[in-house]
Design a protein around this ligand. Structure first.
Ligand code: DGI
Ligand code: FE
Ligand code: FE
Length: 198
C-alpha cells in the first residue's frame, strides 16, 4: 500500500476530495473490487486500494483536471473529448504525485476504469466491473451485470461496456475509441480457445 499502510489516513484524503454520495460509492467499489478479486484470483488489497482511489478526481473542477492532463501530454482525442473521461486519467497522475502510489497495476486500473482498453489486465477488469455493480449502483440492467459477475467477469464487463455504448449512442454522444476497442476485444475473444486473458 506504499506509504499508506494506514488506511484511515488514506481515506481521510480520499474523503476530502468529494461529496458524501461519491465517497459512499468509492467505499462500495473498494468492497466489490475486493470480493471480485478474491473470486477471480487478483490481489484483493490492490483491488481495494484501486477502488478507494479510482474516482479521486471525479469532483474536481474540470479546469484543474484539464491543466494536469495537458501537462502530462495526454492525447488530443482525450482533451477534446468527453470531459466525463478526464477524472480517470487525472486520478492516475495525481495519486502518484500527491499520494505516492507507485504500483503500476493500481495506476493502470485507475487510469482505465472508465474507458477500458485493449487487453485489460485482471485487476483492470475487476475495478471496472466493481464500478458498475457496487451496492449503491441502481440503473436498469445492473442486476444482470451483478449476476454475470458471479461466474463470468468478461461477460459482465462486455455487457457493462455495451450498455454504456448504447447509452452514449442514444444520447448522441461520442464514444471514446478505447471503449469500443475494449468492447470488441472482449466480445471477439469470447469462446476462442485460450481466449480470455485472465
Ligand atoms: O465515475 P463513475 O460515475 O463512478 O463511473 P465512470 O468512471 O465509469 O464514468 C462513467 C461516465 O462516463 C458515464 O456517465 C458515461 C461517461 N462516458 C462518456 N463517454 C464515455 C463514457 N464512458 C465510457 N466508458 N466511454 C465513453 O466514451
Ligand atoms: Fe469514475
Ligand atoms: Fe466510480
Amino acid at each position: 500500500m506504499n506509504k499508506w499502510s494506514n488506511r484511515e489516513e488514506l481515506l481521510t484524503h480520499v474523503r476530502a476530495q468529494m461529496h458524501d454520495k461519491r465517497y459512499q460509492h468509492t467505499l462500495g467499489v473498494a468492497e466489490s473490487a475486493s470480493l471480485l478479486a478474491k473470486r477471480y484470483g487478483a490481489d484483493p488489497l490492490k483491488a481495494e486500494l484501486a477502488g478507494f482511489l479510482h474516482d479521486y478526481c471525479k469532483c474536481w473542477p474540470v479546469d484543474k483536471m484539464f491543466e494536469i492532463l495537458v501537462r502530462h501530454d495526454m492525447p488530443i482525442e482525450l482533451l477534446e473529448g468527453e470531459k466525463e473521461l478526464w477524472h480517470a486519467f487525472a486520478a492516475a497522475i495525481v495519486i502518484q504525485s500527491e499520494l505516492g502510489v507507485t504500483d503500476p497495476e493500481i495506476l493502470q486500473a485507475v487510469r482505465y476504469h472508465t474507458t477500458g482498453r485493449q487487453g485489460m489486465t485482471l485487476l483492470e477488469k475487476v475495478v471496472c466491473v466493481a464500478d458498475y455493480i457496487e451496492p449503491n449502483r441502481n440503473y436498469p440492467g445492473v442486476e444482470e451485470i451483478r449476476a454475470l459477475a458471479l461466474h463470468d467477469l468478461d461477460a459482465a464487463l462486455s455487457h457493462a461496456l455495451g450498455g454504456t455504448i448504447r447509452f452514449l449512442i442514444e444520447k448522441q454522444k461520442t464514444v471514446y475509441p478505447l471503449t469500443l476497442i475494449a468492447y470488441n476485444d472482449l466480445v471477439s475473444r469470447k469462446g476462442r480457445v485460450g481466449g480470455f486473458n485472465g
